[in-house]
Every structure is written in C-alpha cells, then in structure tokens.
Design a protein around this ligand. Structure first.
Ligand code: PLP
Length: 433
C-alpha cells in the first residue's frame, strides 16, 4: 500500500497526521472516513501557488461533489479557495459552512426553478448555464428580481478524454452543456450578451474525470480560447472568463500514473498564455475546478475486519463492517484500490484476499485479489485514496448508517461529521397509523 501525505509507520502500526489507526477506531468507531488535513492544505497550496499568471487572474474552485460538509466548506473558505456546487443541497452546505456566496459557482444540467430562486436569493457569484431552457428561466427570474446575474455558459469543446465512459463529460452528445460546433450555442451566447439582467462573463467546460494524459487538458484549453476569441470577433460579445473544469487523474493503484501536479499546472498556464498571445487576445480570469485531485489522496477509510471465510474454491474473503454503502465506486465502475492492515502495516503481505462488504449484494466487493499480511478478526483494514466520491456518494442501503468523518492533523482529531445512528436512519420516516 502506497503511503500518502502524513502517513507513517510506528511499531508496525499506521499513523495518519500523527494519530494511530487504533486510537481513531477507539475514539470514533469504524467504518470511518479519515482526512489528513495537513496533506489537503498542502495540495490546496500546490494548486494556488502554481496555477498563477501575471497576465490574468486565476481561480481554484473546489468541486464539492467530490466530498463536502460544513467543516470542509469552512476549511476551503479559510484557505481562500472558491467552491462549485451542483444542487440546492450543496449550495446550502457551502453557505452554512461559511463559504462567501460570491465565491460560489453553481453548475448542473437540470437546476430546478426553486434551486435557481434560492441561488438568486443568496446572491451566488456565478451561475454556469447549461442550456437555453435554463437561460430562459434565469432571465425571467433576474428580470423579476431586478438583479444582474453573472453567468458562464457550459460548452463542450469536443475533446473526448480517455477515461471511463461514465465520467467522460464533454463528448458532442454529452448530457452536459452545449457543443461549440452547434449554431444554437452561438445564438444563445449572442442572446445572453444582450440581456440587460444577465452579465454573460464567459464559458466553462469539463472534459471528464480521472484523466491522466495532460495533452487533453492542453487541447481543451486551446480550443476554449479559440472559441472565445471567435465569439468575441464574430458576435461583438465581451468574454472575460474561461473556466476549464477539473478532472486531473490521481493514484489509486499502480496502474494509475498521474502527472506531477505542480509541473502540470505551470505548463497549463504557459500553454494558456501562449495561446492568448498567439491570438493577441486578453481574458480577465481563468479558473479550474479540481475535486478528486484535491481531496482523494488525503482521505482513507478504516474498517474493522470481521469474519474471514474460505470458499470451496479456495478464495479467502475478508469481511469488513462497511462496503458499497460507504464506497460505491467499485460496484459502480469497477474502481480499484490498494489496502493495508493498519495494525500490521509493516508485516509481509503473504496471503491473497478478496475484501467484501457486509451489504446484501454479490457486487459488494471492495477489492478483488489483494495481497495482505495474514489477517485476523479485529484487525483494522485501511483503504487509502478514498477521499473523493465515497462519502459524497454514500447511501443508507440496508439501513446502514453513514460513517463518521474525522479530520486529523499533528496528533489532533477533529470530528467533522457524526456517525449516523439508528434514530437518524428513521428520522424522516412516518409511522403508519
Ligand atoms: C463541472 C465539473 N467540474 C469539476 C468536476 C471535478 O472533477 P474531478 O473531481 O475529476 O476533478 C466535475 C466532476 O465531474 C464537474 O462535473
């Protein structure tokens, strides 16, 4: 198992942010999401220090869908990041957690009318319009409230990034945004730029998630700048911002080879500057929206090992006290992970196991065929690199409460989300009378 951030081994036990896995289990129970806060802050610093230019302002917008809660929103606000949200619920969380409304970008291909009303009432900084129907609603709302709304339009630059098809988002027939090759897109840009209640600031794209080939990002940046330039020249609109989305790939297993972030970000800026220079074109702001690449490797999940079962075929199952309810990614898109036994972290991995959850689905397998030290019931299994799209995609399937979330830093533990109790599981249920 690869160590990340502030993980270290002391006397054959794993410590994260100076806290042992045994202490975490004793204080908070398992399953448990653990976030290495020092590591997260360092990552945020890498983004903010390297995605910078003298020629335009830059914004690092954290994609909250990867992982969010009140604590996280407060931390992001403190660190000076922006935040993107895709629902009324994420918006509510961001605001309640202390994120300034003007630093929020609101995305989504089917924002509800009530959600748009809520965003307007809260004076959200930027609405990223997905399509012409949403624009009609926004225009109506902004006119009714007599406010000037700041918007970007989500477009598809036609870059088909190589990744799982469920996380490819900018194909011509994608459900998100509008193709730059579609005349309707140009017509909408023209219409929005003439609307007295809409301040059309620019365009946004997101080519997909878990993308390892940096040339896709460079190609998409060039295509977006070219398109913005052509729109300005042709339609006499003033484009001031381009938001290039997120999607930077991260390490889960040895199969993943992410690019070095600081170098990539510097090169990204350089490519953007070169393209702007070649066109003699200026922009006020360029933004990016990392989610996974900011949070994933700072997060781990701890489980307690229950029974260890050998099948007639010789497969050795390790059963853990969580599963697809706290991490649906393996069942959803065959995501792969590494793992370790936290209380035997330096012991030789000699035995092949399959790690299975406790939920009533055959597909509830967290890891197939992984070599670990000989496991015993009561050991602590750690799956690292589970910061993104685990807690945020978790469910109460089989009426299992969601685990707690704890941030650790320099030997201190800070509870961010309490474990759901049985009472929490039925808090919205109504008894039949
Ligand atoms: C609009 C938008 N921005 C940013 C992201 C974040 O992507 P990632 O977590 O891969 O960086 C997503 C993810 O799907 C997205 O849809």
């Amino acid at each position: 198992m690869k160590f990340f951030g502030r993980m270290e081994a002391r006397n054959n036990e794993l410590y994260i942010g100076g806290v042992s896995v045994e202490r975490l289990r004793q204080e908070f129970g398992t399953p448990l999401y653990v976030i290495d806060e020092g590591d997260f802050k360092e990552k945020a610093g890498v983004f903010m220090d390297n995605f910078r230019s003298d020629q335009f302002a830059t914004r690092v917008i954290y994609a909250s869908k990867a992982f969010t809660n009140l604590y996280m929103a407060g931390l992001l606000a403190e660190l000076g990041l922006y935040m993107d949200v895709v629902s009324g619920g994420e918006l509510y969380t961001a605001l309640k957690g202390g994120m300034a409304p003007e630093k929020i970008y609101y995305h989504g291909n089917n924002k509800l009318f009530q959600e748009l009303e809520f965003a307007l009432a809260e004076k959200v900084g930027t609405i990223v319009v997905d399509n012409e129907y949403e624009y009609q609603w926004l225009s109506e709302l902004a006119g009714r409230e007599r406010v000037r709304l700041s918007v970007l339009l989500r477009v598809n630059p036609g870059i088909e990034a190589e990744t799982h098809k469920y996380i490819q988002t900018a194909k011509d027939d994608s459900k998100f945004g509008m193709s730059i090759f579609n005349q309707k897109t140009q017509d909408l840009i023209e219409e929005m730029s003439k609307d007295k209640y809409v301040d059309f600031r620019g365009i946004h794209c997101h080519i997909g998630s878990q993308v390892f080939d940096e040339t896709f990002f460079f190609a998409s940046a060039r295509a977006m700048i070219q398109f913005a330039y052509e729109m300005e020249s042709k339609l006499n609109v003033d484009i001031r911002e381009i938001n290039l989305g997120g999607g930077f790939g991260v390490y889960y297993t040895e199969k993943d080879q992410p690019f070095e972030l600081a170098d990539f970000l510097k090169k990204y800026i350089q490519i953007i500057e070169e393209k702007l220079h070649a066109l003699n074109f200026e922009l006020e702001t360029i933004s990016i929206e990392p989610g996974r690449s900011l949070i994933n490797n700072s997060g781990s999940t701890l489980y307690t090992i229950g029974h260890i079962k050998e099948t007639i075929t010789g497969r050795q199952y390790i059963f853990v006290d969580g599963g697809m309810a706290d991490n649906p990614r393996p069942a959803l898109y065959q995501a792969e992970y590494e793992a370790g036994i936290g209380n035997k972290i330096n012991s030789e991995p000699v035995q092949e196991y399959t790690v299975a959850g406790k939920l009533c689905e055959t597909g509830d397998i967290l890891i197939e065929n992984i070599k670990l030290p000989v496991a015993s019931p009561g050991d602590i299994l750690i799956i690292p690199s589970t910061g993104a799209y685990t807690y945020s995609m978790s469910s109460n399937y089989n009426k299992i409460g969601r685990p707690a979330v704890v941030f650790v830093e320099e030997g201190e533990c800070r509870l961010a989300v309490k474990r759901e109790s049985y009472a929490d599981l039925i808090r919205n249920d109504v008894v039949r009378r």
